[in-house]
Write a protein that binds this ligand. Structure first.
Ligand code: AMP
Ligand code: MG
Length: 414
């Protein structure tokens, strides 16, 4: 694998997204359950919000023209609470009103209670002249009727659920979760809980990728079938892929896609389907593979295949850069990539790399970035210490004070 045969990340992403056509399976789900789901149709308001003029303050609803009467001392008429109706304002009277309550017909301003003097049980005095419409939230000022509030392909967040509820929608039409089969490969892998850490034989390691890959997929709205760990064995690898292709949209594996003698995943993919992309020009994350597996019982169907590197940080970086947009695209999401922000490097990277590099960094108190000292792809603590990645172009060294492209884990992992 010489460096000229490696695919650039941009090319790989472009190709992958051509393959990741939206699945176009949709369901109606409760608005309560729709956080993180992708809207499968535009969200259009069938009503105005607010649907009536209402008070923005606890105070008094007045007719401006009446405030010049009787030296500003006016009779208290009705009392209007939120959730209750009001009747038209009588001439020469004001209404006690509370936040959210409907403004009575005839009133053209609300004066907050702090600006009004209570004369007695039935009279109040106004000292200042309010402006027309003051403290009144006008009908439709938040949302007008027939407005597209959110477009198809938007990923819903908690605030969009609130918005949908504010126009009376108890359920929303969203894309179904992509079905993803996940398995790790490697004879060395042991599940936490199967062996006490102090009894772990030399040569064995605990399977960590399985945990973060599964969680990341679930966060991105996937329905994950965890197929566990497959040993480094060609037949078992073929059999696992064969099984997984029956009823999944995507098969995601970690490990076994390099060029070692125990790397059986790529040949297995070639046995059951086709490998369409392999090896990226990024660090970490070179051994990355994309292809498809034919569904052996239905020749018209196939499952996408993505093979991630086994080294945990390589697995994480390739997941965030490629699998994340891939599974979002399967759901019809339109906003697929995270935009970097420019930040100041408070570290030096004197030695540049031939490959585009993703460095584990953390924001410091001076809004600069610190670099984790050990950038090895096997050091998972680097990714836990860090709160994001620097996307450093190939062949670029970094000096303290340089502006670098920062991608936050908060954005990448949501
Ligand atoms: P591979 O890509 O299979 O050559 O694995 C590269 C490195 O990642 C090896 O040191 C593996 O032991 C390690 N590795 C592979 N899979 C996992 C996993 N699921 N969890 C933690 N480390 C892994
Ligand atoms: Mg391996």
């Amino acid at each position: 694998m010489n460096s000229s045969s490696l695919i650039s990340l941009d090319d790989a992403l472009h190709k992958l997204l051509l393959f990741a056509k939206p699945l176009n399976r949709v369901s109606n789900v409760s608005t309560f359950k729709a956080d993180g789901c992708v809207l499968a149709q535009d969200l259009v308001s069938a009503m105005q919000v607010p649907s009536f003029d209402n008070s923005a303050m606890d105070g008094y609803a007045v007719r401006l023209a009446d405030l010049s009467l009787n030296e500003g001392v006016l009779k208290l008429g009705q009392r209007i609470l939120a959730g209750h109706s009001s009747s038209p304002l009588n001439k020469g009277e004001v209404a006690r009103i509370f936040t959210g309550a409907p403004v009575p017909l005839g009133a053209d301003a609300v004066v907050m209670q702090e600006e009004v003097i209570v004369v007695d049980d039935s009279h109040v005095r106004f000292q200042t002249l309010p402006t027309l419409g003051q403290c009144i939230r006008k009908k439709g000022e938040d949302i007008d009727k027939d407005i597209v509030l959110l477009t198809q392909g938007t990923r819903l967040d908690p605030m969009s659920l609130g918005l949908a509820a504010s126009i009376g929608l108890p359920s929303l039409t969203v894309s179904d979760k992509p079905k993803v089969a996940l398995f790790s490969t490697g004879d060395e892998l042991v599940m936490p809980g199967d062996i006490e850490p102090y009894l772990l034989p030399t040569g064995s390691i605990f399977n960590s990728n399985r945990f973060f890959l599964r969680s990341l997929l679930e966060r991105l709205g996937c329905d994950v079938t965890d197929m566990g760990n497959i040993p480094d064995d060609p037949e078992k690898t073929v059999s696992a892929l064969y099984q997984a292709a029956m009823n999944h949209d995507l098969i995601l594996t970690s490990g076994g896609v390099s060029v070692g003698e125990a790397d059986f995943v790529k040949p297995a993919v070639q046995t059951l389907g086709e490998l369409q992309l392999w090896a990226l020009s990024i660090k970490p994350g070179k051994p990355f593979a994309y292809g498809y597996i034919k569904n052996q019982s239905n020749p018209d169907k196939q499952a996408h295949f993505i093979g991630l590197p086994g080294n945990p940080v390589s697995s994480l970086v390739t997941f965030l850069m490629l699998v994340r947009p891939f599974v979002l695209s399967l759901q019809g999401c339109l906003d697929l990539t995270v935009k970097p922000t420019l930040k100041r490097a408070d570290f030096a990277l004197p030695k540049s790399d031939k490959r585009r590099e993703f460095l584990r960094v953390k924001r410091n108190q001076n809004d600069g970035l610190d670099l984790f000292p050990n950038q090895s792809s096997g050091v998972l603590t680097s990714a836990v210490w860090a709160d994001g990645l620097v996307d450093n172009p190939a062949g670029t060294s970094i000096a303290p004070g340089d502006l670098v492209k920062f991608l936050s884990f908060n954005d990448l992992m949501s």
